[in-house]
Design a protein around this ligand. Structure first.
Ligand code: ADP
Length: 662
């Protein structure tokens, strides 16, 4: 199974915190860029709309100027007089005015619509040129309308509206009038009669105008007033244009060659909106060779018919640059925010992951066997609860371990106890086995000895009898008397040995009776001096006062204790201390008799053999004393044990049941 990649809780928390931050930043960035973009565009469009209003004001100011000149001239009394009389004089008056007021057209019309005018400074429009093709239309339209009104006011209802080149119509009766208008026909125009004599009547009309075809000074004026010559990358930011129909007739939009882009056309979309539907059009547009924020509004004739449009445009590039810079600034701010967010997320994740890490460490320490581990998390939340639960679990675990340890200790004690008991039992078993072996061995030897003793006894009785006869027949002082006495003594010795053999073979049945151990020992110690020398030997008696009288064969017990005391005295040839002690083993209901000496002690290798029959280290010993004693004690249901150290002495301990068990 492939191992899954491990992610730390800190990393997961960091990601969990960072994802919303990243999403928020992304949304902020998108929203910011969108708002920036739309705001900038809206601002630019608002600005260009205002620019268009300003441009219109400049334009209207020009128109107002023409109107004022015409009105002033028409209202002068000499104008009517001259119009009625000397036309050359009138032309002489109009010509300098036209020049000083920078009009392209300044003419007077009489009632017959005959015009006489000052010559224009600029050549009339060339019909082959697209600019001039349609240029006469508004002029004609306006003039004819005025003339029509002149005529109607004068009583001549001759229609002239809609005709081109009004200035060529026949003259009408003279009148005093001023004409507010200009060459484009954008403005409404009206005739105003001036009084002549007592009664005011219209005798003619004055017409002033400025040609818009290639009227760059007007568009440049608009540009300089609205945009104040602001440049970007060496290029004018703003531009203004006057369209006639869809044709650019005056502009400061430059072609790539550096010339004014006169003669270029309006897009169909703008034309439809502005010219056909008489609406403003404000949007970005590609003008000649660059993108602009543009605004168009229709230029209406006196009749309210759209005959062209006024345009202002602002280069898009500076706004794009501003947008880019603002976008960069905004992105930078967001980037700084993101960096701070990442730092805060890291810090928060580390702070949140810290208790988890502490818990993990604590759990690892517990798993490694460490106890009494406390997780110190003070936060009041699920992690704090978890830490408390962990601590409780740890305490419970420790308690459980203590219980188990205690149980183990109990079990170990029990095992040790049982082992000790088992060892004791084994020891007893081994002892019993040894006793059994010894018993069997002794039984076999006893049987043999009994057989031998029985066979020896009869001849020995004959020898004894005959020896006694010999002694009686031989006088005391006879030569052979000593030999006969020696034979008699040796016969006695043989009989003792045979007797011992017979006792060893348990041929003698024990005679049960009351045995006073302390009293018996006292008798033995009193008589012992007759059997062994006690020179240099001190005797210590430690009798237990309340030692009960026990059941047993008094003679046999006497034989055992006498043998033990004799052996002890014999082991202390150079003197020493003989200790005789009795005590009651109450729990086992046994009487314990100890006979200890400070004599030669028993060699370790001999210790196992001293109870074997015929084992002796003495020159005239029989090696039957301890083996017979062992048999007697065993026969009474007791035990006999020895502890000895060479050179320090030996201690024989006899345990006998107070109540006979056999
Ligand atoms: P015997 O006295 O005839 O040798 P026992 O059976 O009484 O026969 O003793 C056997 C042997 O045990 C002795 O020869 C002696 O070596 C040893 N023995 C018994 N009692 C003592 C003792 N108190 N101190 C040293 N050795 C002893």
């Amino acid at each position: 199974m492939p191992q899954q990649k491990r992610f730390s809780i800190k990393r997961k928390l960091s990601i969990a915190i960072l994802i919303p931050i990243a999403v928020a930043i992304l949304i902020c960035w998108l929203a910011g860029v969108f708002i920036l973009n739309t705001r900038t565009v809206r601002q630019a469009q608002e600005k260009v709309r205002n620019d268009l209003n300003a441009a219109r004001e400049v334009y209207l100011h020009e128109v107002g100027h023409i109107r004022d000149v015409v009105r002033f001239t028409a209202s002068a009394p000499y104008t009517a007089a001259v119009l009625h009389g000397n036309r050359e004089v009138l032309a002489g008056i109009l010509a300098p005015l036209r020049q000083t007021e920078q009009l392209d057209l300044f003419m007077a019309l009489d009632a017959q619509a005959e015009s006489f005018t000052a010559p224009t400074t600029r050549p009339p429009p060339v019909t082959t040129s697209p600019v001039t093709r349609s240029s006469p239309v508004p002029q004609g339209g306006n003039h004819c309308r005025y003339l029509d009104r002149v005529r109607r006011g004068h009583g001549h209802g001759r229609k002239a509206a809609g005709r081109r080149g009004c200035h060529t119509h026949p003259p009408h009766p003279p009148c005093t009038a001023h004409h507010r208008g200009h060459g484009t026909g954008r403005n409404d125009a009206h005739c105003r009669s001036t009084g002549q004599g007592r009664r005011r009547r219209i005798i003619g009309a004055l017409c002033g105008g400025v040609l818009l075809n290639k009227n760059n000074s007007l568009v440049d004026k608009i540009k300089s007033i609205v945009y104040e010559g602001v440049k970007a990358d060496g290029k004018d930011v703003g531009s203004a244009t006057i369209f006639l129909g869809d044709l650019r007739i005056a502009t400061n939009v430059m072609t790539s060659g550096g010339a004014r882009a006169i003669g270029t056309r309006l897009s169909e979309e703008v034309y439809n909106r502005v010219i056909l539907h008489k609406e403003k059009w404000i949007d970005r547009a590609f003008v000649v060779n660059d993108w602009y924020f543009t605004a168009y509004e229709p230029i209406l004739s006196v009749d309210g018919v759209p005959i062209g449009s006024l345009y202002v445009g602002m280069l898009e590039k500076p706004y794009t640059a501003i947008k880019f810079r603002l976008g960069l600034l905004f992105s930078g701010v967001l980037l700084v925010g993101a960096v701070i967010g990442i730092a805060v997320a890291g810090w928060l994740a580390a702070r949140l992951a810290k208790p988890v890490k502490e818990l993990e460490n604590a759990a690892r320490r517990v798993a490694a066997g460490e106890r009494d581990v406390q997780c110190l998390i003070s936060s009041r939340d699920e992690l704090g609860d978890l830490a408390e639960e962990f601590n409780q679990m740890n305490r419970a675990l420790m308690q459980r371990e203590d219980d188990i340890r205690e149980l183990n200790r109990g079990l170990e004690d029990k095992v040790r106890e049982r082992t000790t008991e088992l060892e004791e039992k084994n020891r007893l078993l081994e002892k019993t086995r040894e006793q059994l072996v010894r018993k069997e061995k002794l039984a076999a030897i006893g049987e043999l000895a009994a057989g031998v003793a029985h066979e020896i006894n009869n001849p020995m009785a004959i020898i004894r009898g005959n020896t006694e006869l010999l002694q009686m027949s031989i006088p005391q002082n006879a030569d052979n008397r000593d030999e006969v006495d020696t034979i008699y003594q040796q016969v006695g010795r043989i009989e003792r040995i045979v007797g011992n053999l017979l006792r060893f073979a348990r041929q003698e049945k024990k005679q049960l009776g009351q045995v006073d151990i302390n009293g018996l020992l006292e008798e033995i110690l009193a008589q012992i001096g007759h059997q062994a020398p006690l020179a240099g030997i001190r005797i210590m008696k430690e009798y237990e006062a309340g030692l009960p009288v026990m059941e047993g064969d008094s003679g046999q017990i006497r034989q055992v204790l006498t043998n033990l005391v004799l052996n002890a005295i014999q082991a202390m040839a150079a003197g020493g201390m003989l200790t005789v002690r009795t005590r009651m083993e109450t729990t086992k209901e046994m009487a314990e008799i100890t006979v200890a000496d400070t004599g030669s002690g028993i060699e370790a290798e001999n210790l196992q053999q001293i109870f074997n029959p015929f084992f002796t280290t003495k020159a005239n010993g029989t090696g039957l004393g301890l083996s017979v004693s062992y048999g007697i004690i065993n026969d009474h249901g007791g035990t006999i044990e020895v502890e000895s150290e060479t050179g320090k002495g030996s201690t024989f301990k006899v345990s006998l049941p107070v109540k006979s068990r056999f």
